[in-house]
Design a protein around this ligand. Structure first.
Ligand code: F6R
Length: 241
């Protein structure tokens, strides 16, 4: 394991959610106006549900947080049921009572201008305080597909066949072959990062992230340093619960 990165082992996905929600709550208590980069996908959903439970119970106030979309399929409008913006609204923004958001506009006539506008909004907010990320089956972060260099900017990317297949599962439908993603430069500049990983199907790729050399061929392996916490369950870590 490389120095500086913390790995927290949980017994199962629900315990990952509890631990992750504890870490997110700590950050929001220290800075209520936190700017959070928000992954969708399956893995963080239990964490978002746990946060929603705490908000509803009056234990946590996330109303001053800004939610920044991590990625989006190219060309999908915000009302398309497959849109990741839509998913972020349903799972994170609405249940947590968040009103400030930054959207990655995948319907813009000029996607490059939309990426520049997104980066400018993040810069105006003072950068990302906390990135909540999932781990792609090929090691991608957002839609930074392998290989992605650490300075890869916010941009249009081609989805690999592996990512297309894993994304089809969400909707039981085809997804666009291209996407917009926050750049590796945005992700790696986050002041704190939570990488959430669950399930035996992530064991091999998580092993490469944690134990092999840092390489653009596994973009998540570029997450290093004391600001990075990996919260993974026993199945993903391949260790006894
Ligand atoms: C989703 C995203 C993706 C997912 C990754 C893992 O916004 O950016 O990088 O985090 O593909 O997906 P799950 O959690 O469904 O295994």
């Amino acid at each position: 394991m490389r120095p500086g990165r913390t790995v927290r082992q949980a017994a199962d996905p629900q315990e990952v959610a509890t631990l992750a929600a504890d870490l997110i709550a700590e950050q929001v208590k220290a800075k209520p106006e936190l700017t959070v980069l928000v992954a969708t996908g399956s893995t963080p959903m239990l964490t978002y549900a746990e946060l929603a439970r705490r908000v509803q119970a009056g234990e946590l106030d996330l109303s001053r947080v800004t939610a920044v979309q991590l990625d989006e399929y190219l060309g999908l409008s915000e009302t398309d049921p497959r849109s990741l913006w839509n998913w972020m609204q349903r799972s994170f923004v609405e249940p947590l009572g968040i009103t400030r958001t930054v959207r990655l506009d995948a319907t813009a006539a000029d996607p490059r201008a939309a990426c520049a506008d997104y980066d400018a909004q993040i810069a105006q907010l003072g950068g990302i305080d906390l990135a909540i990320l999932g781990l792609g089956p090929n090691g991608h972060l957002g839609f930074n597909e392998p290989p992605s260099l650490p300075d890869a900017p916010t941009r249009v990317t081609d989805l690999t066949p592996e990512s297309q297949a894993s994304n089809r599962v969400y909707w039981n439908a085809e997804v666009p072959l291209q996407a917009l993603t926050a750049g590796m430069n945005v992700i790696l500049a986050a002041r704190a990062t939570l990488l959430l990983v669950t399930g035996a199907h992530k064991q091999d790729i998580l092993g490469r992230v944690l134990h092999a050399s840092s390489t653009p061929d596994v973009p998540a392996s570029l997450l290093n340093g004391p600001e990075v916490t990996v919260v993974a369950d026993a199945a993903a870590l391949g260790s006894p619960a």
